[in-house]
Design a protein around this ligand. Structure first.
Ligand code: FES
Length: 107
């Protein structure tokens, strides 16, 4: 279980508990948090689950694999350091306190 803070582009914060094994994308979807669309349902095939990870968390997350890296090229204004696809981030206790910020728009 991890407490995740999702910050909308307009600054609205949503703090929710997400169960281990789910993804950061599923945590947003299951709690009706706007700003993460996840059109492909988590298959790493759409880039509409893009967020900017809080700078303090960038180095604490598992590294991106090639598929995520490639798909991020299609995201709206990706940041080389902070951008991640939330469907590729699995919740573990280690992610407790994670803060992510949604982009202005998804693609
Ligand atoms: S939900 Fe489509 S890439 Fe993450």
């Amino acid at each position: 279980m991890a407490k995740i803070t999702y910050i909308e582009h307009n600054g609205t914060q949503h703090v929710v508990e997400v169960a281990n094994g789910l993804t950061v994308m599923e945590g947003a979807r299951d709690n009706n948090i706007p700003g993460i669309e996840a059109d492909c349902g988590g298959a790493c095939a759409c880039s509409t689950c893009h967020v900017y990870v809080d700078p303090a968390w960038v180095s604490k997350l598992p590294a991106k694999d090639d598929m995520e890296e490639d798909m991020l090229d299609f995201a709206y204004q990706p940041d080389p350091e902070r951008s991640r696809l939330t469907c590729q981030l699995k919740i573990t206790d280690a992610l407790d306190g994670l803060v992510v910020q949604m982009p202005e728009k998804q693609i």
